[in-house]
Every structure is written in structure tokens, then in C-alpha cells.
Design a protein around this ligand. Structure first.
Ligand SMILES: *[C@@H]1O[C@H](CO)[C@@H](O)[C@H](O)[C@H]1NC(C)=O
Length: 373
């Protein structure tokens, strides 16, 4: 929206200036109609902020921005940045989710659903402002995703504070306890040793000389993994947010410090466009959260938006995206929220009860919606 295609005069036949004028007139008329049509919807539905989980302060921050006339992109950044500062749930921003080495890293993404520009950082170290770093990648580079130490160098060189120690007393304590309990649970599979800390080696049952054991072992490990308490309820809580601004432009953003006790170097769904979030101002947006390692294989948010493009209602699109994953990974834990461009929203989830937050002009404050699996 907002991109009205008025052909430049070079593209029209120079010889026929009447045709040219008629064409221009038609373009201007359709422009005016679209703007008017928009205004009607605007008064009821826009602006709109939708976020995973009851991250009330984040939604309020985004709402203040977008209600005050900010662009969708800037409102999404304000909203996610509020969550980073508040360290929502300990899983967004600095000071949470230590990896196997006790270090906290940041994953974040921002997408402009009108230009389809995306900026993201993965496994960023020493810089706490994930979503602002993502916006710097989007607005000041031709790239989409920067990772690791180089992402931090870029962010600092472009003016963000750092280098900063991203661990906190809580994250260090959590990690120390995990080390004491022999690094259990963890994200390794088909390795030795099974019941203690590393260094790890591929388990010999994976050798091609014993193909029959590969299968039984894999099944056993996956079953074990799906019951590990950390793969689920509190270690994958990403903020994923969608905003429709007063112009009807859509933007989405995410920020997370990833899975607790992840293997260093792991990047989850957070900075993967189409997985944790996706938006297209012509269609709508989607936010996702959950077991990112599984979900990123299905690009569930891309799926949701494309289903809506083909005419699916938000509720069906959300359920369909979740069902596609559940068919292959019945034990996965995750959720998506679908929002269409007129502001209708719906969630779907699997393996847990999911909540998401919404603020619209019809609401006095943020409202929290609960979705049952
Ligand atoms: C958005 O979804 C609502 C509810 O399903 C539907 O009534 C409306 O027509 C949809 N809007 C668009 C533009 O598809």
C-alpha cells in the first residue's frame, strides 16, 4: 500500500499525448479512490499492534509510537526495544538464556512489509540492542542478516552502545546450576558422553557399519528430547510483533536471546524472515514463537501470509501453518498469530497454551487473548 504505480512518461508512447493524459488522469483517480477507501478502514482498524505473549509494556510502547504517527517500522522497533530493556521473561534482551558456555547472545529481525526490506542479526555478542541493530542492517546495508562478532562490530560502528557484557547474575547462576547437574538437559543428540558435560563425540552407533542401530537410537533420542523440560515452556519465548500504522503499512519485528543452554553458535528462528515473523502490507502479518529449531524448517509465518494472500481467513491460515509442523513433529511446542490487513487476528498453537496481546483503537488498553491447543 502507498505505492501507486503511475507510469513515467517515457514508458508511454510519445506520439500520443492524449492517451498519455488520459492514462495519468486514470492513475490519479484510482489513487484518490484508494486513499478514500483506506480512510474508512483506518478509523476503525488502524493503527494496530499485535505481539506474542502478554508483553504489555512492549505493546504499549509500540502503540504510543504508532498512535502518535510513527511508521510501522519505528513502532515495531520501539516495542521490541522496550522488551529488551525490560528483559521480558528473561528471554528477550541481555541477561538471560545462557548457552553451554554461559554466554548470552541476541537474535533480532525487522521487516518492512511495504518495501519487503529486512534486517536481522544472529548470535550477536556484546551488544544488547538487538532490534536497533536489525534496523541498522535494514536501513544502512544491502544485506539481510549479519551474525556473531561481526554483527556486534557493525552495530557498534553504526553507533549502538558496546561492547557490553550480556550476562547477568541470574544467567550466570542458572548456568552454574546446569553445570553442577552435569550439563543436563542439553541439545546434543547421538553423542557420547550422554550423561555428563562435553567434550562430545559422535556416538559410534551412528557409524554406517551399524545402520540398524542408527534408526533405533535416533528415535530414542528424539523421544527423550521432546520430554526435556527446557524444550518448551519457558526457554523459547520470543517477542514477535506486528504493527499496522495509520497509513496501513505493515512491519514486523522479533527479538530473543534464544534457547537456554543452546550449543554456542546456534541461531534459531528469531532472525529468520518468514519463520518468526513475516509481513506484507498488501496481505497482512504473522508472528511466531516456540521451538524455533523445528519451526524454522517450515517457515510458518511465510506460510500464514501466503495462505491469507490466497484468501484464507486468519484463523484457518494460523491453524494450517501449525498443523503442517505437527504432522511431522507431533511433540513440537509452538504458536503463531495471523493478522490480516484489515486488522482481523487469530492465533493457533500446539503443545502449550498460548497468549498474545493486541492494542487497537477500539480498546482502552492492551488486551490479552488466550489460545488453547
Ligand atoms: C480479514 O479477516 C476477516 C475475518 O476473517 C474477514 O472478515 C476480512 O474480510 C479479512 N480481510 C481481508 C482483506 O481479507
Amino acid at each position: 500500500m502507498g505505492y501507486f504505480c503511475i507510469p513515467s512518461s517515457q514508458q508511454l508512447p510519445r506520439s500520443n499525448s492524449l492517451l498519455k493524459r488520459l492514462f495519468l488522469l486514470a492513475s490519479l483517480l484510482s489513487l484518490q479512490l484508494q486513499v478514500l477507501g483506506h480512510g474508512v478502514v483506518e478509523s476503525e482498524q488502524y493503527p494496530l499492534v499485535v505481539s506474542t505473549w502478554p508483553f504489555l509494556e512492549a505493546v504499549r510502547a509500540a502503540w504510543r509510537a504508532v498512535d502518535g504517527g510513527s511508521s510501522a517500522v519505528n513502532a515495531v522497533v520501539d516495542g521490541c526495544a522496550a522488551c529488551e530493556e525490560l528483559r521480558c521473561d528473561g528471554t528477550v534482551g541481555p541477561g538471560g538464556s545462557p548457552d553451554e558456555n554461559g554466554e548470552t547472545t541476541i537474535d533480532a529481525l525487522v521487516m518492512d512489509g511495504s518495501t519487503m526490506e529486512v534486517g536481522a542479526v544472529g548470535a550477536m555478542r556484546y551488544v544488547k540492542d538487538g532490534i536497533k541493530a536489525a534496523r541498522l542492517v535494514m536501513q544502512h546495508t544491502e544485506h539481510t542478516l549479519l551474525v556473531g562478532e561481526k554483527a556486534s562490530e557493525f552495530a557498534i560502528s553504526m553507533g549502538l552502545p558496546g561492547p557490553t557484557d550480556l550476562s547477568s547474575k541470574e544467567s550466570i547462576n542458572k548456568w552454574a546450576k546446569w553445570k553442577e547437574s552435569k550439563c543436563q538437559p542439553n541439545f546434543r543428540k547421538n553423542v557420547l558422553p550422554i550423561n555428563s558435560c562435553g567434550p562430545y563425540h559422535p556416538s559410534p552407533t551412528n557409524s554406517l557399519e551399524h545402520p540398524e542401530e542408527i534408526c533405533s537410537n535416533t528415535v530414542q533420542m528424539q523421544t527423550m528430547n521432546s520430554f526435556l523440560p527446557h524444550v518448551g515452556l519457558h526457554s523459547h519465548d520470543t517477542i514477535s510483533m506486528a504493527v499496522i500504522d495509520k497509513m496501513g503499512h505493515i512491519a514486523v519485528g522479533t527479538s530473543t536471546n534464544g534457547a537456554t543452554f543452546k550449543i554456542p553458535g546456534r541461531v534459531g528462528d528469531g532472525p529468520i524472515v518468514g519463520s518468526s515473523a513475516y509481513g506484507d502490507s498488501e496481505v497482512g502479518a504473522c508472528c511466531a514463537t516456540g521451538d524455533g529449531d523445528v519451526m524454522m524448517r517450515f517457515l510458518p509465518c511465510y506460510q500464514v501470509v501466503e495462505s491469507m494472500r490466497l484468501g484464507m481467513e486468519p484463523k484457518l491460515a494460523a491453524r494450517d501453518a501449525i498443523a503442517r509442523i505437527a504432522r511431522k513433529f507431533p511433540n513440537f511446542v509452538g504458536a503463531v498469530v495471523a493478522v490480516n490487513k484489515t486488522g482481523a487476528h487469530a492465533g493457533a498453537c500446539h503443545g502449550w497454551t498460548f497468549k498474545y496481546s493486541v492494542r487497537s483503537p477500539a480498546m482502552a488498553d492492551v488486551e490479552v487473548f488466550t489460545v488453547l491447543p
